[in-house]
Design a protein around this ligand. Structure first.
Ligand code: 13P
Length: 289
């Protein structure tokens, strides 16, 4: 069912939980993620990478995810992730995305806020929730090894800039950089919880977003909601587990009469298991029933 990203994340936060957001490059993965959410009775977010949206059939893919989300028995959000192109953002919103990360993280905070405010204005009347990112995460959303040599402490969110940024940008959620990276971490990840606490104090009740969740410990992820994180983005973990499962099953499926259905079953099973793990880990502490 359709829902608003700000309301769903705030609702989960109030119960002590967070909503997982999983990158879907294809419809099979999205079906698996939505099925896992329905089994768990929990909301979930389908992330569309900007390269997917801008690629061949990108808008048709978003429209198909819209249909999938609307037919689900739980709230399913469709978000265009990390978009810096206003034309792509508007096209995705018209195709069926209900939220977008207007990514001005490469800009100075004041210019970033101006960029996000422009996106908010351009989407007025379309019922789209806009997430912003303040500070900049190292790495690349689509490349697991891009952050391998990166310093995770570079570009962290400055709590002193948060209140003015939110006021000027009109963002509904805020993605933070507190030692998190996109892709695989170089060594042990270390989140800066003190910084996160200062960001939360400045952001008030606005839900925060933790990108780069793959590779963080279960203790980190389990403690995220208490620190104000209402949305947790996962991509690499899903790609790694799905590709490993498909690679292992492929020879047997080829030998069994080019068994495409069997291979897709393995793919779906693996993606659903990763989604179920995230849904359970981020489940509210307070029983909802
Ligand atoms: P990971 O690939 O590190 O899980 O990051 C995903 C993400 O933040 C997508 O926006």
């Amino acid at each position: 069912m359709r829902a608003r990203l700000d309301e769903v994340t705030a609702g989960e936060l109030a119960l002590g939980g967070a909503v997982p957001a999983l990158t879907c490059y294809d419809f099979t993965t999205a079906l698996a993620v939505v099925g896992a959410a329905e089994d768990a009775g929990r909301p979930v977010i389908l992330l569309v990478a900007p390269k997917t949206a801008a690629g061949p059939g990108g808008m048709r893919f978003i429209a198909a995810l819209r249909g999938l989300a609307d037919s689900a028995s739980v709230p399913v959000l469709v978000q265009l992730d990390h978009a810096a192109d206003p034309d792509l953002i508007l096209a995705a919103a018209k195709a069926g995305a209900d939220s977008v990360l207007a990514d001005g993280s490469a800009l100075e905070p004041a210019e970033n806020a101006e960029f996000v405010a422009g996106v908010v204005r351009s989407l007025a009347g379309l019922d789209i929730v806009v997430e912003a990112e303040l500070g900049a995460l190292p790495g690349d959303e689509d490349d697991a090894s891009a952050a391998a040599g990166a310093d995770a402490t570079a570009g962290m969110t400055d709590p002193a800039t948060v209140a003015a940024f939110l006021e000027a940008s009109g963002a509904g959620l805020l993605a933070v950089a507190v030692g998190n990276v996109h892709g695989n971490y170089k060594g042990e990840p270390h989140l800066d919880w003190n910084r996160l606490s200062a960001v939360k104090a400045a952001a008030g009740s606005l839900p925060l977003v933790l990108h780069g969740a793959s590779g963080l410990t279960e203790a980190d992820l389990g403690g995220a909601a208490a620190a104000g994180i209402g949305k947790v983005n996962i991509n690499t973990e899903l790609r790694t587990s799905t590709l490993a499962a498909v690679e292992e099953a492929l020879p047997a499926m080829r030998a069994a009469g080019e068994n495409m259905l069997g291979l897709l079953g393995v793919w779906t099973g693996s993606a659903a298991a990763t989604a179920a793990w995230a849904l359970e880990l981020l489940r509210p502490q307070t029983p909802t029933t």
